[in-house]
Design a protein around this ligand. Structure first.
Ligand SMILES: Cc1ncc(COP(=O)(O)O)c(C=O)c1O
Length: 294
C-alpha cells in the first residue's frame, strides 16, 4: 500500500514529502506537535489532543495552520484512510513556517502543517505481561514543558540512555529530587493504601491527554488519586508503578533503576486501568465519553 504524508495541502508519497531548509521548525525547533492513536479505525482522545495543539500554538503566538478544526479533522481522516491505518498513530506537526533566519517571529508567515501515520501494535502482550523497566535521569529540559514543542533533544538523549541501559523509558528527575515525567510519557505510582499518585499539571510537565483520561476513569472506578510530586525513593518503594501516553496507553512499570517494584509483576491497579482505558479507547466507556461532551 503506498504511504502518503500530508504537507501543506498536498498528499505526497512519503519519500517525496519535504519542507524548506528555512522552515523555522528545522532552524529553531519553532514548532509543536501531537500524536493521536488510531484504534480499530477510531481516533482516541482526538478532542483532547486537538485542544492541546491549540493551546500549544496559543502559548507560542503561532497561527492555526487550517481555517477550521473540521478541516483539520477531515485531513487527518483522509490520511488515515489513504494509508490504511486501522491500528496505529497519526503524527501532526505545525511550525511557524518558512522565513529568512531571524530569531524574532516573522510577521506574515504561513504555518507549516505536516502529518504522517504509522501502523502499530497497540497491545504488545509480552511487554504488558512482564511490565517494563525504567531508569531515572536528571531532567535537563527547559521550563515550559507544558508546551508540546518539537524541541525534543533532551528526551532523545534520555531515551537513548534508557535503551542503552536495557530500559523502556527514562523517568526524569527535577533538581529537588522529584520525578517530573517520562521522556515521552507521564509517570505514576501506587501507594500502600492503593492511592494513585501522579504529578500535578504545571509548567514542569506535559499534561498528558492519556493522563487526563486515566484520572477521569480512576474517578469513575472509585480509585483514589493524588496529584503531587513524588521522589525517586518513594517510586522505588511504591506498591506499583506505571506510565501513560497516547501510544502506550497504561503500561505497567516493574523495575526502576534495576530495583523490583512490588512483587515484580504488573500491579493490580495498573492492569485494571489499562483495561478501562482500552475499553474507553474502543468507545465502550459511556461515562467518560459523556464527560467529553457531544
Ligand atoms: C514529555 C511527555 N510527557 C507525557 C506524554 C504523554 O502525553 P499523551 O498522553 O498526551 O500522549 C508525552 C507524550 O508524548 C510526552 O512527550
Amino acid at each position: 500500500m503506498p504511504r502518503y504524508a500530508y504537507v501543506n495541502g498536498q498528499y505526497l508519497p512519503h519519500r517525496d514529502a519535504m519542507v524548506h531548509v528555512e522552515d523555522r521548525g528545522f532552524q529553531f525547533a519553532d514548532g509543536v506537535y501531537e500524536v493521536v492513536t488510531v484504534q480499530d479505525g477510531r481516533l482516541v482522545d482526538e478532542e483532547g489532543h486537538l485542544n492541546r495543539l491549540n493551546r500549544s500554538l496559543g502559548e507560542l503566538q503561532m497561527a492555526s495552520p487550517m481555517a477550521s478544526r473540521t478541516a483539520l479533522e477531515l485531513v487527518m481522516r483522509t490520511l488515515i484512510r489513504r494509508n490504511g491505518v486501522v491500528n496505529g498513530i497519526i503524527y501532526l506537526q505545525v511550525t511557524r513556517g518558512v522565513a529568512p533566519r531571524d530569531f524574532r517571529y516573522p510577521s506574515r508567515t504561513k504555518p507549516t502543517l505536516v502529518m504522517t501515520t504509522r501502523h502499530m501494535d497497540l497491545n504488545p502482550v509480552a511487554r504488558l505481561e512482564r511490565g517494563v523497566a525504567v531508569i531515572t535521569m536528571p531532567d535537563i529540559r527547559w521550563k515550559r514543558r507544558d508546551i508540546k514543542s518539537v524541541a525534543l533533544l533532551p528526551q532523545a538523549m534520555g531515551k537513548q540512555m534508557a535503551a542503552e541501559a536495557g530500559a523502556f523509558e527514562g523517568w526524569m528527575v527535577d533538581d529537588d529530587g522529584t520525578i517530573t515525567e517520562g521522556c515521552s510519557s507521564n509517570a505514576w505510582i501506587v501507594t500502600d493504601d492503593n492511592v494513585l499518585v501522579t504529578r500535578e499539571p504545571t509548567t514542569r510537565i506535559l499534561n498528558g491527554i492519556t493522563r487526563q483520561s486515566v484520572l477521569r476513569l480512576a474517578a469513575d472506578e472509585g480509585i483514589g488519586f493524588e496529584e503531587r510530586p513524588f521522589s525517586v525513593a518513594e517510586a522505588r518503594a511504591a506498591k506499583e508503578a506505571f506510565l501513560t501516553s497516547a501510544t502506550t496507553y497504561v503500561t505497567p512499570v516493574t523495575q526502576i533503576d534495576g530495583e523490583t517494584i512490588g512483587d515484580g509483576l504488573p500491579g493490580r491497579l495498573a492492569r485494571r486501568l489499562r483495561q478501562a482505558y482500552w475499553q474507553y479507547a474502543a468507545g465502550d466507556h459511556a461515562d467518560v465519553q459523556a464527560a467529553k461532551g457531544p
